[in-house]
Design a protein around this ligand. Structure first.
Ligand code: AMP
Length: 258
């Protein structure tokens, strides 16, 4: 069988999940100065899934291509993706521009076309803007089927189909569609591997294409939204200690919690 599957994995550089973000002084977003950045955790799961598909279907997968749209420093997460098993990658250097999901999806569509990709695996959501938009918008722009919130992905080599089990409220839903297709990852899909030092060294030799937004001058990336304000959640009031179970039950009854 000829190698027919070309997987694109978009990865976003976000503030590390272990860091508690603080609102900037202007109240327009989170403070980015002096903060650790990493690959969006759902994208790490997407890279892992692509690599597992390649390992399982050696004769089917031609390549895994990672792409990130962001500052030049997004190279770091692309190198991580390469170290974990992506073959090639593209950095779209957007400088300081904060692109909205629609603009990202339009650029990704161009990258899909250039890479001739027929499976895109994205995170379901970036943990910085929590939009949960890009995968769905990309599927719409490409007019491809989509399976969001994937908990399991099975590729049928013979028929070039994907069967995806999705996490839905109170259960799971399994759907199937022919490729090309867009899949977004949920937390339970897999546990990503670590990038080992030798693989990080080897990743330096793998190809990284570098583009800028001017290479996408026919794409309208103008913002549609204005951030009015960003606020911290209200501080939680202090709890109280009770001396006995009876007192706890009385307090819960007072609060009409039971
Ligand atoms: P969002 O719609 O912003 O919650 O993002 C959903 C997914 O789209 C992320 O998990 C990434 O896979 C992808 N994505 C969003 N923004 C970017 C970006 N700037 N560069 C690459 N991938 C992105």
């Amino acid at each position: 069988m000829s190698k027919q599957l070309r997987i694109l994995v978009p990865v976003k550089r976000v503030i590390d999940y272990a860091i508690k973000p603080r609102i900037n002084k202007a109240g327009t977003g989170v403070e980015k100065a002096g903060v650790k950045f990493s690959m969006n955790p759902f994208d790490d799961i997407a890279v892992e899934e692509a690599v597992r598909i390649k390992e399982k279907h050696k004769n089917l997968v031609e390549k895994i291509h990672a792409v990130s749209i962001g500052p030049a420093k997004a190279q770091d997460i692309l190198r991580t993706a390469l170290a974990k098993g992506a073959d090639t990658c593209t950095l779209v250097d957007a400088k300081e521009a904060e692109l909205e999901p629609l603009a990202v999806a339009k650029i990704l569509k161009k990258v899909v076309e250039k890479q001739n990709a027929n499976l895109v695996i994205l995170g379901k959501q970036s943990i910085d803007d929590d939009c949960n938009n890009t995968g769905q918008m990309l599927a719409g722009l490409l007019k491809w089927p989509q399976a969001t919130n994937a908990a399991k992905v099975v590729i049928d080599e013979a028929n070039l189909r994907a069967t995806v089990t999705r996490e839905i409220d109170g259960g799971e839903e399994t759907i199937s569609a022919p490729l090309p297709m867009v899949i977004t990852t949920d937390l339970r899909l897999n546990s990503p591997r670590y990038a080992t030092l030798p693989n990080l060294m080897k990743a330096k030799k793998k190809p990284m294409e570098k583009l800028t937004l001017s290479d996408f001058s026919d794409v309208d990336t103008a913002p549609r939204l204005e951030v009015v304000k960003v606020e911290e959640p209200p501080a939680r009031s202090a709890g109280i200690k009770v001396a006995s179970v009876d007192e706890l039950i009385a307090k819960l009854k007072d609060a009409k919690a039971i």
